[in-house]
Design a protein around this ligand. Structure first.
Ligand code: ADP
Ligand code: MG
Length: 247
């Protein structure tokens, strides 16, 4: 059984095709990087794995579960760290409220968190190095710290599959290093990880495969096979903005 399996997935926003004919499968416990230019459909691909993008054709399975047929069952297995711009950081909540939200898919929205829920949430915050900020207002944190809290929220859920949307973007260097370490540790624990990423350098040694996207799958394979000038050019048509790998 694969961690994620897509068969001929096509997503339209109204008349606009965001993804067309996407097929790939991902082994459990592996680490996948999704790359591609702005508007390529990277965020949409993560949303499709959550069963939350408008599917017009195809199938998406997570741990063998069809996510569009059984969205709640599938989502229990998936931790999601959305792109940072999509977070409303003006809502006056405490860090611990944000992290405890990660327990809701397990405890249900209307039950009070138990001691175990609090313990799991604290452990998750500790993993991202922010245990001291349990009672702090979320809006008082730096951008990098906020990103780490959002990762802790996903970890509190104890996901089998972790999805991250540009977790290193607009994040200070110390936070980037901590996030990279957390992802390495999770991979060693056997969590399947999919991250949208622009600068792959920071995680390169740990990434098992790269999916290069531009509305369609341009390439999918080992980093050394995908991160080559002539392959990247096919995705980034208008001239290339980063340096191809040399090995
Ligand atoms: N909710 C939405 N409604 C309409 N169009 C959308 C929506 N979300 C994304 N799109 C469009 O779908 C395409 C892919 O977007 P997205 O998945 O966010 O790309 P990426 O994350 O690679 O930048 C873009 O053209 C974008 O404008
Ligand atoms: Mg995006």
């Amino acid at each position: 059984m694969y961690a994620v399996e897509m068969n001929d997935v096509t997503i339209y926003y109204g008349m606009h095709p965001a993804l067309e004919g996407i097929s790939f499968s991902l082994d459990k416990g592996s680490f996948l990087a999704i790359m591609g230019p702005n508007g390529a459909g990277k965020t949409t691909l993560l949303k499709a794995i959550l069963g939350m993008a408008p599917l017009v054709k195809g199938h998406v399975r997570v741990m063998g579960i069809d996510v569009y047929e059984h969205p709640l069952r599938a989502r229990k297995l998936i931790g999601y760290v959305p792109q940072k711009e999509s977070i409303d950081a003006t809502v006056p909540v405490l860090v611990r409220d944000v992290v405890l939200m990660g327990r809701f898919s397990r405890i249900g929205l209307f039950r009070r968190p138990s001691k175990i829920d609090e313990r799991k949430a604290m452990d998750a915050l500790d993993m991202v190095g922010l245990a001291d900020l349990w009672d702090a207002p979320f809006i008082h944190l730096s951008g990098g710290q906020q990103q780490r809290v959002l990762i802790a929220r996903a970890l509190a859920q104890e996901p089998e599959l972790l999805l991250l949307d540009e977790p290193f973007s607009q994040v200070d260097y110390p936070s980037q290093r901590i996030i990279a370490k957390v992802l390495r540790d999770l991979r060693e624990e056997g969590v399947t990880i999919i991250t949208v990423i622009h600068n792959i350098g920071i995680m390169l040694e740990y990434i098992d495969s790269v999916l290069l996207l531009n509305r369609k799958v341009i390439a999918y394979g080992r980093p050394e096979d995908v991160l080559r000038g002539e392959v990247l050019r096919r995705a980034y048509e208008k001239g290339i903005t980063f340096i191809p790998l040399r090995r």
